[in-house]
Design a protein around this ligand. Structure first.
Ligand code: FAD
Length: 292
């Protein structure tokens, strides 16, 4: 099923993100994670794509397992930085032959072994170029990324207008960067509506289960730490069990506030871990039923 149709049929959509196997995360372990996540009946599971296509085969294999063996809808991420049209076309053909109908179209960042010239080595400059390319084939539902606290390369207003261009290129659904401050997300939603972005917006949530992890996330994602979360971090950073529990409670509250504010999608960045996800979903069990 196409993600745009899932959004049409449900009051709110619940999804997970996972990453494909790598040298620190075996495929056996990943299949266990996916099997466990599947018991939570997500509306879809998305599978990330390594910068510069490094996980291409793994991304398709895992997405195919989710779709064809578990009968759960899937979205494969796809980045276009440095890619040629022919490479993208063959990726799309492979997705189609694996019965995969949804793509999160991304520009991507500079791969580790490259420099800024990479942006001009391929046939696509921005995610919107990739969106157009995919839409022209008429085969997939296409999603895009957005940044409620602004993409680090641009200021507020320009980023919003660039997002509008991306949506107008044919995006059916948007998934946000991780954030901890609901006000930022809800303000962004208001601004987006004002410039005519009416595509469903999913909120990217990550349970902060240890204090070290949050420093890495905030530096990678350019996101604020609200006072409430700062207090939690200061109080429990040296007590891993307390921090874990408080992190789950924080993510739970974040989700409840977003849903009750009319947010249409909750996308949990699982980091290939199940326990915190299970705890959060247990906390919102009845609330989730309300949105079916
Ligand atoms: P774009 O939408 O192209 O935007 C990039 C920058 O260019 C922005 O600053 C934007 O304002 C600007 N811009 C856009 N259009 C124009 C224009 N027409 N003219 C001038 N400026 C313009 N990375 C991976 O490598 N693999 C993944 O699987 C992956 N998954 C992600 C999932 C989500 C939900 C998110 C939020 C990010 C993900 N990323 C992933 C990271 C992403 O690739 C980076 O954040 C990247 O820097 C931007 O990608 P984008 O698709 O948002 O780019």
């Amino acid at each position: 099923m196409k993600i745009k149709d899932i959004y049409k049929n449900k009051k709110a959509v619940f999804s997970f993100e996972i990453f494909p196997p790598n040298e620190n995360f075996s495929s056996e372990k990943l299949y266990e994670v996916i099997n466990e996540l599947s018991t939570q009946n997500p509306d879809f599971i998305s599978v990330t794509y390594g910068a510069g296509g490094t996980t291409r085969g793994g991304t398709i294999e895992i997405a195919s397992y989710i779709k064809n063996k578990l009968n759960i809808e899937t979205v494969t991420h796809l980045t276009c930085v440095g890619s040629r049209k022919s490479e993208i076309e063959s990726f799309l053909d492979e997705l189609e032959s694996n019965n995969i109908e949804n793509i999160l179209a991304l520009r991507g960042d500079i791969p580790k072994d490259k420099d800024e010239n990479v942006y001009h080595e391929g046939d696509f400059l921005y995610a919107s170029d990739l969106v157009k390319e995919i839409r022209a084939t008429n085969r997939f539902s296409v999603g895009g990324a957005f940044y409620p606290e602004v993409h680090r390369e641009n200021n507020d207003l320009i980023d919003l207008f660039n997002l509008k261009k991306k949506v107008d290129s044919g995006v059916d659904f948007l998934v946000s960067q991780i954030f901890f401050d609901n006000e930022s997300f809800l303000d962004f939603r208001d601004k987006a509506e004002k410039v005519g972005i009416n595509t469903p917006l999913a909120a990217g949530i990550i349970p902060v289960t240890n204090a070290k992890q949050i420093k890495r996330i905030t530096s990678l994602c350019n996101c604020k730490i609200p006072k409430k979360l700062e207090k939690i971090l200061n109080a429990y950073e040296d007590n891993s069990e307390a921090m874990y529990q408080a992190g789950i409670a924080y993510a739970t509250e974040q989700i409840i506030e977003l849903l009750s504010s009319g947010v249409k999608g909750i996308h949990i960045y699982t980091m290939n871990k199940t326990h915190a996800v299970n705890e959060i979903l247990k906390n919102i069990n009845s609330i989730r039923k309300y949105y079916e």
